[in-house]
Design a protein around this ligand. Structure first.
Ligand SMILES: *Cc1c(COP(=O)(O)O)cnc(C)c1O
Length: 376
């Protein structure tokens, strides 16, 4: 078998050739009419994918920069925030909040489980919080959370609602305005099919009214981005090349239609889950996302070795477990530009390798179930 070059990871994801081509153009200057027109267009286009009427700020940073921005601008030191922590990325919100001296409570669920809005409501009635931080797709566990139901509970409490949709945007449905999300966060290198380097923050009127000085911020000061956006501008040199790619990505998404993008992700996710079951493997997430599938490493198989050999010998990159899940799960992404063919090739290699490593199952069953799903 020839060695592939296949990224089946939840960020970075493969970049379509049309986007690579646009980004190969000579650089343009950002204080020009040409760039401003492009930036205006992408800032409007981002509203469509976030399903919001609110402004979306673009930062030159990885996604975590927008997570930090959602903390440092909207709460003051000493104020109380609640973090819904169901994995590595929930934990990151808590780390950011504590780094800035906030009174941070974590509501936890075991890895692999999702949050129950009733539990969140109970927590919110017991103590007054300024903001609640949640994750749409908890990438470390493959779980999707019910942001709509949680959003209702948070709105009733009066707190701001921030949602990390860095991996979830475009994979799992997100209705920023309708679900009362005040701060919606994403990044370029997942569903948007771009290289890493841009982060996004959609900001509601309620969140804007809550902006206060005091916590300490400079690069991520939302007022600078708000002011610059009025002139189709960025306060600092933007990642111009990726913004050009973003223009193309948004055109491609608009041509396909957001609903169709969601449906396609759902279809690939269902096919992936069918393949996993047919191989006798077990799903890790109780409420699985349409962006990434987390699978338990079967007993007797060395999970780290599995992924290493899959990458070194087959050229197929899947993600391992993070933190306490290291070696116990592996994760297959089906977001962005990852196609049905990519996944079929990935499963074919995975089956061959699992068989070589001594896992007992019907060779070919996974791929067959995957392809049966494609016909349905
Ligand atoms: C990828 C990811 C992040 C981190 O983004 P960076 O771009 O690495 O900073 C945060 N949250 C979630 C849910 C993610 O999937």
């Amino acid at each position: 078998m020839t060695k592939l070059n296949l990224l089946l990871t939840p960020g970075p994801t493969p970049i379509p050739p049309e986007i690579l081509q646009v980004m190969a153009r000579p650089i343009i200057h950002h204080r020009t009419h040409e760039y401003r027109a492009i930036f205006r267009e992408v800032s409007e286009g981002l509203k469509e994918v976030f399903r919001t009427q609110n402004e979306v700020y673009t930062f030159t940073s990885s996604g975590t920069g927008a997570m930090e921005a959602s903390v440092v601008n909207f709460v003051a030191p000493g104020e109380s925030v609640l973090v819904l922590d169901g994995g590595k990325f929930g934990e990151r919100f808590a780390d950011i909040a504590r780094a800035y001296g906030l009174d941070c409570d974590s509501l936890k669920v075991p890895y692999g489980e999702s949050f129950d809005a009733a539990e969140v409501k109970k927590k919110l009635s017991a103590k007054k919080y300024k903001a609640v931080y949640a994750t749409l797709l908890e990438t470390s566990t493959g779980v999707v959370n019910d942001i709509e139901a949680i959003g209702k509970a948070v709105a009733d409490s009066g707190a701001l609602f921030a949602v990390d949709a860095i991996s979830g945007l475009l994979a799992d449905r997100l209705e920023t305005d309708a679900w009362k999300v005040d701060l919606a966060i994403s990044g370029s290198q997942k569903g948007l099919m771009l290289p890493p380097g841009l982060a996004f923050l959609a900001v509601s009127a309620k969140a804007k009214a809550a902006v206060k000085p005091g916590i300490g911020r400079f690069y991520f000061d939302s007022k600078l981005y708000e002011k610059a956006l009025k002139d189709e501008d960025s306060p600092f040199t933007p990642a111009i090349t990726i913004v050009l790619g973003l223009k193309k990505a948004l055109e491609m998404i608009r041509a396909k239609g957001l609903e169709a993008v969601w449906r396609e992700n759902e279809r690939l996710a269902e096919m992936t889950r069918e393949a996993v079951r047919a191989m006798g493997l077990e799903m890790f997430a109780k409420k699985p996302s349409n962006g990434v599938t987390a699978v338990k490493v079967p007993a007797g198989i060395d999970g780290s070795k599995l992924l290493k050999v899959l990458q070194d010998e087959y050229g197929v990159v899947m993600a391992g477990g993070q933190g306490e899940m290291k070696g116990k799960i592996f994760r297959v992404a089906h977001m962005g530009h990852i196609t049905q063919d990519d996944l079929a090739q990935g499963f074919n290699c995975l089956e061959e390798l699992l068989q070589k490593m001594g896992y007992s199952f019907t060779r070919g069953a996974g791929l067959k179930a995957f392809q049966a799903g494609a016909r349905a």
